[in-house]
Design a binder for this molecule. Structure first.
Ligand code: IPD
Ligand code: CA
Ligand code: CA
Length: 564
């Protein structure tokens, strides 16, 4: 399923059609009671930098029908602000939140229960027109001067410089997936599911040629249309309209900036809107049988699966700002010493993950490296490191990760380690194996030190390096404890040593390793336990594929380098 989560909300900027006072009042009182800033402008007014605070998470709303939504889409797109459409019109496909659901929909966004989807726009130049649109561009033969003149014109179409042919008729439509339910549909075009669908389609309008079918092309295709007669160009149902002379070249392709639309559980589903508004024969509005069956499936799939899904979604959402800030960290704070750092990125990722978990599991405690909660001794709770490998991150090195674990009675039962740069998602569910990007993983089966490749985390006096460097095929220091464990679980290293670990560094990785049959102990071979000791939670960890563990322990024992 597409769609990332909108995890936080600081302010709302709205564009409202005339006669929307009632809905504006509702939004105003909701914003006031949730302490969220609100600015509402009249449709037609320009949104500028003055209205939008860059460092805040802003939600754009349109209040009106589809026309207002389209205007708002154009205004918000340059700021990459997600847009929610509140419908006060009648036939709306785009503004999909009904007035009665306004408060619930805003609350859903506020609690992180909304997702953001991209809608393709097009870019067109012709004559004096140079604009973007979200629905369709319509070229219609300019009406004849007298009633005997022809209403039929012709034009030539090229896609990526390849000649498609000469279209005869009253015109041509180039539409986005969003526009597919409008004029394009009335002229025999297919309906496109609009979310995250990046295409354009070319549809003849009242053609007089037989067998001219619509063509669907990619958003990157360059479409050139050369006019044989005078045509009128109409952008998004009248937003811009102009007469074009014969021989004009119309150039159209997908726009770089999509419109970010917000979906909440209160949006009319797309197919239901089709059934309702276009009287589709596939099913009735009340008969959403197959959908209910799907939902039953989802509710019957169990709690840990759901928790793993939420954790993966939260990790992906938190990965986005991390990738944006990666390598441009200016503001570093030092916690205890020069290597113990925290940045704005750690806090942003932390907020996103906490919000996502809180909204799905409001009764669960979330302990994080960046908060002062503690996992209770019994029941379910979460432990997270929103950014593991902050040192690498701040220096622009891609070896950093997000670690999220669900614990039951302080034992990890779900573990997610996500590395945003390579987009590597490692996860494990108690009793159900461990995965990397949905492929089952397993560790190596090496049992001999001289065949093995080891990893080392924090090793302040270099004791692990000294003990093992010449005994093995190498000891690598990468910089994220959570990711090191994921690498051992998935077979790209045979073992890892960390001089001290906090529970948030390793809880998710321990779950991965347990699921693949790895072993986790201290340097003497005693079983590793997560420590929730209030004063010092640091514990040494030796983790391996399982089969090389005995040799590791006996070498530590004989080398005498690592015993304290
Ligand atoms: C650190 C990293 C590092 C490990 C340290 C951790 P942070 O976490 O995981 O690899 O050796 O012990 O504290 O501070 O980047 O979250
Ligand atoms: Ca860490
Ligand atoms: Ca951290």
């Amino acid at each position: 399923m597409h769609g990332r989560r909108l995890a936080t909300l600081d302010e709302i900027v709205g564009l409202a059609a005339p006669e929307s006072a009632k809905i504006i009042d509702m939004v105003e009182s909701w914003a006031k009671s949730n302490d969220i800033g609100l600015t509402v402008l009249d449709v037609g007014e320009d949104i500028t930098d003055e209205h939008i605070e860059r460092e805040k998470t802003t939600l754009g709303i349109s209040i009106g029908g589809d026309g207002t939504f389209l205007e708002a889409a154009r205004s918000f797109a340059p700021f990459q602000i997600p847009l929610m459409g509140i419908n006060s019109g009648t036939l709306a496909f785009l503004a999909r939140v009904e007035p009665l659901d306004v408060e619930d929909a805003l609350t859903a966004v506020y609690r992180g229960r909304a997702s953001i989807n991209a809608r393709q726009q097009y870019e067109v130049t012709a004559g004096d027109i140079n604009t973007t649109g979200i629905n369709e561009m319509f070229l219609q033969k300019h009406p004849p001067e007298d009633r005997y003149g022809t209403k039929v014109g012709s034009l030539h179409v090229f896609v990526d410089k390849e000649y498609v042919g000469k279209y005869f008729g009253s015109g041509l439509i180039v539409s986005t997936p969003t526009g597919s339910t409008g004029r394009a549909y009335s002229n025999g075009g297919p309906v496109h599911y609009p979310q995250n669908n990046r295409t354009l389609q070319i549809i003849p309008h009242e053609t007089i040629s037989a067998a001219v079918d619509p063509i669907v092309v990619s958003q990157d295709s360059e479409i050139d249309i050369v006019l044989d007669s005078d045509f009128d160009i109409d952008i998004d149902g009248g937003r811009q309209f102009e007469r074009l002379e014969s021989d004009t070249v119309v150039h159209i392709s997908g726009a770089n900036q999509p419109v970010q639309t917000v979906r909440t559980p209160y949006d009319d589903a797309f197919i239901s809107a089709m059934v309702d508004k276009l009287d589709w024969g596939l099913r009735t509005v009340d008969n959403d049988g197959p959908r209910s069956a799907l939902e039953d499936n989802i509710t019957s799939s169990d709690f840990k699966e759901r928790a793993a899904r939420v954790a993966r979604e939260a990790a992906r959402s938190a990965g986005e700002p991390l990738q944006e800030l990666h390598g441009q960290v200016e503001n570093i704070q030092y916690k205890t010493d020069k290597s113990d750092i925290v940045t704005e990125a750690d806090y942003q990722a932390n907020d996103i993950i906490e919000t996502a978990i809180n909204s799905e599991f409001p009764d669960h405690i979330v302990q994080s490296e960046e908060n002062d909660q503690t996992v209770p001794t019994e029941g379910y709770a979460w432990i997270i490191d929103p950014l593991d490998g902050t040192g690498n991150f701040a220096h622009g090195n891609p070896n950093y990760s997000i670690s999220i674990a669900l614990l039951k009675d302080r034992i990890p039962v779900v573990g997610v380690v996500y590395a945003p740069e390579p987009a590597d998602m490692f996860y494990a569910i108690d009793g159900r194996g461990a995965y990397q990007n949905d492929h089952k993983i397993e560790p190596t089966s090496r049992s001999q030190l001289d065949e093995s490749m080891l990893l080392s985390g924090y090793d302040p006096s270099g004791e692990f390096l000294q003990a093992f460097y010449h005994e093995t095929q190498g000891v690598r220091r990468l910089g994220s404890a959570a990711l090191n464990l994921a690498y051992v679980a998935s077979g790209s290293a045979d073992a890892v040593w960390e001089h001290d670990t906090h529970p948030w560094d390793v809880a998710a990785g321990l779950c991965l390793l347990r699921e693949v049959g790895g072993r986790t102990t201290d340097q003497y071979g005693s079983s590793y336990e997560l420590s929730f000791n209030a004063t010092d939670q640091r514990t040494p960890l030796l983790a391996s594929n399982g089969s090389v563990h005995e040799q590791l322990i006996s070498h530590i024992d004989t080398s005498d380098l690592m015993s304290e």
